[in-house]
Design a binder for this molecule. Structure first.
Ligand code: UD1
Length: 432
């Protein structure tokens, strides 16, 4: 069983280059199939979620040509099926973006209904509400979401809650609807803006992405183009907290500092030094971190995808911190694992965690319950005294490209191993 094994205690020092944003790339690849010629996308992260979405696109007949692991050409003109079955959706929830893309382009899409997942129920009622408002008939049958429309017509749609997925999905379908769509109470995340930028480059007419209201004038055709994925805000934030928790000093390269402001501001409150440059940030950790309170919010608030990483870091800060999770109801599952490393965290009512800072964490054997929590457990292991193993690392592979190599490049003593025997060998090596 693949796992990470690490010996904590080395401060992360040096430079790390951030990959393209996974969550942006998922939307961009889906949008690319709407064009009537090939779309070239570069700066893709080489992570399993992206590979799985590319397989789903190939599964419906799309042509995917990889120039290298970070550059693909997607040609949707060869698509021959509008049915995306559960084998893809099970591996990667965001294949639901193919609903909006296929519905917009072909007026018909059938995609397996994404199930619940480790961090909460994650319904898609807002996506469906948007498709219906555009004139699609949406039925759920045999575990599939089936969308059909004779024609799609622009509409005024008000989302009941701020949803990244619904915003992107409805925006894609509306970009090929007849007439004007006004989409209110939308998500403002950088990846929403990135998908809107690609669609506009493909010939769509979308304004306002990045604000609360997106206005779309539908067009009949979208065409191919070249596009580069924005840097991954969450990967960058994870390394920034890596510097904080290990009391290191790192330069995080290939970032858009504006996208990191909520993360930067929390690190400063905790006593770290953060310096912003044009496309990089430097984070200097301090011997003592201060406690702070956190509430996760839609962008530009503090991201829920950074909640486990800040909680892990606050577990060794001075004083008591309160973390409020306001996006997903079940995102503290990793707390039991952190407790095995000596953290003192009490989860109240499922959405509030009270973290009483301890002097140090100690190495333990833990399991990643989901992607971001997995990364947080690795950060904890790098700060802990002794050896930590993190299992279920397939979750981490979904969203972090060459995570171990990047951490080792910063001086972390960490290895990916395939067997318990190899893990034991690593342990012996460091002990002797
Ligand atoms: C995206 C990100 C995920 C991140 C999340 C919040 C991708 C591929 N994933 O997920 O990493 O954690 O945004 O920033 O980009 N909701 C409904 N009905 C809906 C849609 C959403 O009730 O139809 C609720 C969800 O249960 C959740 C909240 O709205 O409580 C926000 O979810 P949403 O922004 O849609 O998250 P995702 O797009 O799934």
């Amino acid at each position: 069983m693949e796992q990470y094994v690490m010996r904590g205690g080395n401060p992360l020092v040096g430079e790390v280059t951030i990959s393209g944003a996974k969550n942006a790339a998922l939307g961009l690849l889906a949008a690319a199939i709407m064009a009537d010629s090939a779309v070239h996308i570069d700066n893709l992260p080489d992570v399993s979620d992206i590979r799985n979405l590319l397989s789903a696109i190939e599964g419906i007949g799309g042509t995917v040509t990889k120039a290298d692991p970070h550059t693909v050409t997607v040609d949707g003109t060869t698509i021959r099926s509008l049915i995306v079955d559960n084998s893809y959706v099970r591996k990667m929830r965001a294949s639901y973006y193919l609903l909006g893309a296929l519905l917009g382009r072909f007026r018909h899409a059938e995609v397996a209904l994404p199930g619940g997942c480790n961090i909460g129920a994650r319904p898609i009622d807002q996506h469906i509400k948007g498709f219906r408002a555009l004139g699609a008939q949406v039925d759920i049958e045999g575990g599939m979401v089936i969308c059909r429309a004779k024609k799609l017509t622009g509409a005024h749609i008000y989302l009941d809650m701020v949803s990244v997925g619904a915003t992107i999905n409805i925006m894609m379908a509306a970009s090929m609807a007849e007439g004007r769509t006004i989409l209110e109470n939308v998500a403002k995340e950088p990846h929403v803006v990135d998908v809107a930028n690609l669609l506009n480059r493909m010939g769509a007419d979308i304004r306002g992405a990045g604000t609360d209201v997106i206005r779309i004038r539908g067009v009949q055709k979208l065409h191919g183009c070249e596009y580069s994925v924005i840097p991954d805000q969450i990967e960058a934030g994870t390394f920034m907290f890596g510097a904080a928790i290990t009391r290191g000093d790192i330069i995080v390269r290939n970032v858009i500092p504006r996208h990191l402001e909520s993360i930067t501001s929390k690190l400063r409150e905790m006593g770290c030094e953060v310096t912003e440059f044009d496309d990089q940030v430097r984070v200097v950790g301090k011997p003592y971190l201060e406690h702070t309170d956190v509430k996760t919010l839609p962008y530009p608030g503090f991201p829920t995808d950074m909640q486990p990483q800040i909680t892990a870091t606050l577990s060794i800060a001075r004083g008591t911190s309160v973390i409020r999770e306001s996006i997903f109801e079940n995102r503290f599952k990793y707390v039991d694992e952190l407790a095995r490393m000596g953290a003192q965290i009490k989860v109240e009512s499922g959405s509030v965690a009270v973290v009483r800072g301890v002097e140090k964490l100690t190495g333990a054997s833990v399991k990643a319950p989901d992607l971001r929590a997995g990364a947080a457990l690795v950060l904890a292991g790098l700060a802990a005294e002794g050896t930590t193993t993190v299992e279920e690392i397939h979750y981490i592979d979904r969203g972090y490209e060459i995570f171990v190599e990047k951490l080792a490049g910063l001086g972390a003593d960490i290895k990916r191993v395939s067997t318990d025997r190899e893990a034991a060998k690593f342990n012996l090596r460091v002990v002797s």
